[in-house]
Design a protein around this ligand. Structure first.
Ligand code: SF4
Length: 240
């Protein structure tokens, strides 16, 4: 289940070049103006009988079609933190390419983190990993995961896996997507095995290279093929 309290975004990183939502050729949302959505207060909205619209024991993927730490959302985020705190019965999964805005974006009572918030730091290349992950690991948060998405080259996460709960990897999607090499995916998996961290190969992306051959994968088959390769190590963990 997704919750998008605001929409709009703009590029910040190598992985944004072909952003499905806001890249140069995005048709679907194709705008960079950051605006509140009509779902802004969705987690705390109630029905006539006083019950919440969203039942508890759910995972809410939050801002997966924008970025939670956009500066344009600084004022709105204060209200969003309050809603997140109010719904302790929901796990909020927050994925960002702007982890360097984390400390200035926290509520006053954050301390070492809210129990129901799981923060995901996206890294697409080694240079980005080497910039973002030391920051990410230094910040106070109770639950954290790394998302290599879209994975654009081989990445060594070994120095950064201590204290991380989980790693997710995906190739890039779209007509102009950059190639994803299965060897990179297997290498991350191996790093996760050694560090005892769970691992999920979420999607092959459009151009998937395996055994030296690049195959074009239909958008509807990218997650299925990743799953079929049967390399996930989830230990019963359910992230999404
Ligand atoms: S941060 Fe995410 S949503 Fe924003 S432009 Fe980049 S890929 Fe798209």
């Amino acid at each position: 289940m997704n919750w998008e309290p605001w929409s709009g975004c703009y590029m910040i990183s190598d992985g944004c070049s072909h952003c499905y939502f806001y890249g140069p050729h995005a048709k679907r949302y194709g705008q960079n103006t950051i605006t509140k959505t009509d779902k802004f207060d969705w987690p705390i909205r109630k029905k006539a009988n006083g019950e919440y619209n969203i039942k508890g024991d759910k995972i809410l993927a939050t801002c997966f079609a924008t970025d939670f730490f956009l500066p344009e959302a600084d004022e709105w985020r204060k209200e969003v933190w309050a809603m997140i705190k109010q719904r302790q019965d929901i796990d909020f999964l927050i994925l960002t390419k702007r982890i360097d805005r984390f400390m200035e974006s926290l509520p006053d009572d954050w301390e070492d983190g809210y129990d129901n918030v799981n923060i995901g730091c996206t890294v697409e290349t080694q240079a980005i990993a080497d910039y973002r992950l030391p920051l990410f690991l230094s910040y106070p948060m109770k639950r954290k995961f790394i998302s290599c998405s879209p994975m654009l080259e081989a990445i060594d996460l070994t120095p950064y896996l201590d204290g991380v709960d989980h790693v997710t990897v995906s190739g890039e999607s779209g007509k102009e997507a950059r190639e994803c090499n299965y060897d990179w995916i297997l290498s991350i998996r191996e790093q996760c095995v050694k560090a005892n961290v769970t691992f999920w190969f979420k999607s092959t992306g459009t151009f998937f290279k395996r055994d030296g051959v690049v195959e074009k994968i239909n958008p509807f088959k990218q997650t299925t093929l990743a799953k079929t390769l049967n390399i996930n190590i989830l230990d019963g963990k359910k992230l999404f």
